[in-house]
Design a protein around this ligand. Structure first.
Ligand code: 13P
Length: 247
């Protein structure tokens, strides 16, 4: 098994204005003192990316984005390209979050195109997958995730991470059991190695869904859990750094 570093990424969703930049600055300060195996990233709304980059200074805090358009440019009112995000200071982009799959009707093919656009711009794509409560209850979790991986993963493993986020765990305070997380991450790893060969061993698989300071250490200790994608608990430096320090 490859010795993969840990990536702890915050997804601010549609939260944050200039007043929140102090949290980014505090996260950036703390990121300077972290052990080398931990990378910390924050994905604020697109409107804050360049100011977040400035607030983070020259330290190792990575600034990311939450979505991207797959095209390089053109008549796409309201959309932002990978090169624009990179220009603003982003170095990674979340694609295919379940909120965008559901609310914005994004398909696996859309997500694959977005991931490849992110990679082509020299950034890392975090491709999200995960089952709904109904799919879990129907016993189709691994089938659903397998289909999402088949449809939405890019051709190359370079500049790629996968986030397993059970839809029912997001914002609910619920999480799968440690054994369930381990089983699903192992299945994702098998899929990645079948798809990419040895390079599949190097792809980080993050867990997301109600990661909090209280449960981060046990989740991050699971084999093939190479980090976390954190929503609500990433909005304040105090909570987010407590999770980061558990990595
Ligand atoms: P919560 O951590 O708020 O459950 O959100 C998880 C998530 O959707 C991160 O992308």
């Amino acid at each position: 098994m490859t010795d993969r570093p840990k990536l702890i990424a915050g997804n601010w969703k549609m939260n944050g204005t200039a007043a929140a930049l102090a949290e980014i600055a505090a996260m950036a300060d703390a990121a300077r003192d972290l052990p080398g195996h931990v990378t910390v990233a924050v994905c604020p709304p697109a409107t804050l990316i360049d100011r977040a980059r400035a607030a983070a200074g020259d330290g190792p805090l990575v600034i990311g984005a939450q979505d991207v358009h797959a095209a390089a440019d053109g008549a796409f009112t309201g959309c932002v390209s990978a090169a624009m995000l990179n220009d603003a200071g982003a170095r990674l982009v979340i694609v295919g979050h379940s909120e965008r799959r559901a609310d914005c009707h994004e398909t696996d093919a859309d997500i694959r195109a977005k991931a490849e656009a992110v990679q082509a711009a020299g950034m890392t794509a975090i491709v999200c997958v995960g089952e709904t409560a109904a799919q879990r209850d129907a016993g189709t979790t691994l089938t659903v995730i397998g289909g999402q991986l088949d449809g939405s993963l890019p051709a190359s493993a370079a500049g790629l991470a996968v986030a397993y986020e059970p839809v029912w765990a997001i914002g609910s305070g619920l999480t799968p059991t440690i054994a369930q997380v381990g089983g699903i991450h192992a299945a994702i790893r098998t899929n990645l190695v079948a798809r990419y060969g040895d390079a599949g061993e190097g792809v980080s698989i993050l867990y997301g869904g109600s990661v909090k300071p209280a449960n981060a250490a046990e989740l991050l200790a699971v084999a093939d859990v190479d980090g976390a994608l954190v929503g609500g608990a990433s909005l304040t430096a105090a909570d987010f750094l407590a999770i980061v320090r558990a990595a």
